[in-house]
Design a binder for this molecule. Sequence first.
Ligand SMILES: NC(=O)c1ccc[n+]([C@@H]2O[C@H](COP(=O)([O-])OP(=O)(O)OC[C@H]3O[C@@H](n4cnc5c(N)ncnc54)[C@H](O)[C@@H]3O)[C@@H](O)[C@H]2O)c1
Length: 317
Amino acid sequence: MATLVTGGAGFIGSHLVEELLKEEREVVVVDDLSTGKLENLPESENLTFIKGSITDREFLKNLFNSYRFDTVFHLAAVASVFKSVEKPIETHRVNFDGTLYLLEESKRTKVNKFVFASSAAVYGDLPELPKREDMPVKPLTPYGVDKYASERYVVNSFNLYELRTTALRFFNVYGEKQDPSSPYSGVISIFMDRTARYLRGEEVTIDIYGDGKQTRDFVYVKDVVKALLIAERDSRTEGEVFNVGTGRETSLLALIETLKEITGKIPPVRFLPHREGDIKRSVADISKIRALGYSPSFSLKDGLKRTFRWFIENLLR
Ligand SMILES: NC(=O)c1ccc[n+]([C@@H]2O[C@H](COP(=O)([O-])OP(=O)(O)OC[C@H]3O[C@@H](n4cnc5c(N)ncnc54)[C@H](O)[C@@H]3O)[C@@H](O)[C@H]2O)c1
């Protein structure tokens, strides 16, 4: 039996793979390397990397015929909201069609568990906070719409086909290996990258769009991995959706203060006009997943410290 991680060469996927390998499991990663990197993956005789796209049905059929998968962790996606707005058709093929193809193969070959990476983007900008899983949703972008539609297919597959499934709505995930290369990357990876460069003597700024009072629920990647494993193992998650965050709301201004405490010095902060579509506040209610024994182990400060160390080491390489 092997465990499949789609998108396993990406940021979150590669942390999950590391953890699965620690448990001495046989892991198969499928990734088209569109944003993922081979160097994110550890060397291990228990790991098989296969370059391929989840939009290729024949490829998926052959894959599921070649292995018996116990669990499918489906994390592959065009993870950029911005790209989904620019290229809705391409994104839809990956984020929606790809999910359906994987569900079909998982059903056909009777995998034991299917865990899907959904997103807080499904909630959109409805004002009620903190976000609970049973609240109305209002996805605002192709990315959010595809995540929501996929999520419905995923959880409904439990009732319709007895495929054991779970969808996790990740809030703002951060940590080592997150790519800071686009202006739409995770804000923590961008701030970290700029600060590491600044400490090296480069002339850079930290750019904030709007007044910096916008809030997010920042969750450290190792805590997200913990939630993925609970989703895999706890039968109470079957056919259910769970928020994965910390339940703590942090403004960008507070984030910068914490970063300064850790690094001693940060680049000058530049305030730019508010970006259209930027949600003002976001925070998860995590009581549903807490009831299964989940609680975040990393404070923002601890998570930022570990992330910063990685950015410094990797910039200097
Ligand atoms: N990072 C966050 O804050 C966050 C928040 C909510 C949800 N998510 C979701 O979590 C998952 C992982 O996100 P991430 O932040 O690690 O992003 P990422 O871009 O690092 O990982 C996505 C991976 O999927 C791969 N991929 C893309 N298209 C593919 C295709 N057609 N076939 C095979 N592989 C393909 C990419 O190469 C990459 O390795 C995604 O589904 C994303 O939507 C992330």
